[in-house]
Design a protein around this ligand. Structure first.
Ligand SMILES: [Zn+2]
Length: 144
């Protein structure tokens, strides 16, 4: 089971965007930790089980093969303040998440915090106009 935090596991174009994004966060004085990049199908299935057949709250609606993490074009981050990871997205921390999301969008990433049905604040992705179905059919991003 692979659930990586390594940017090198991302598609080169997405890794490049992630690096620009992380630099922008640093320049803005925001410390973020990358918590997930590439996940294999087994790791995605384990996440999907949370809040369903395994303990905890639901964290995803995507089974193995249904997440863009499975195709190396998505990554997750969390802000870190005074050594603490701030997962909460309400109140004062909500503003911090908004700033992080805006920085991601500024560098050309899509931010999951904008999603209406299942907002996913930690999530950033770049699909180059491809859909999940395209990736599932074996299409990949151009190298450049
Ligand atoms: Zn994600």
């Amino acid at each position: 089971m692979i659930d990586s935090r390594n940017l090198n596991e991302l598609h080169p174009r997405v890794r490049a965007l992630a690096e620009v994004f992380l630099d922008a966060c640093k320049a803005a004085g925001v410390d973020v930790l990358v918590t997930s990049t590439y996940r294999d199908h087994e790791a995605q299935d384990a996440l999907y089980a949370k809040g369903r057949t395994a303990p905890g709250a639901k964290v995803t609606n995507s089974k193995g093969g249904q997440s863009l993490h499975n195709f190396r074009v998505a990554f997750d981050v969390v802000p870190r303040v005074d050594g603490k990871l701030l997962w909460t997205t309400s109140g004062a921390t909500g503003k911090l998440w908004e700033n992080i999301g805006a920085l991601g969008e500024y560098v050309g990433l899509e931010w999951g915090g904008r999603w209406k049905t299942f907002p996913d604040y930690p999530h950033f992705q770049f699909t180059g106009g491809l859909s999940l179905a395209d990736f599932q059919a074996g299409e990949t991003l151009e190298e450049k």
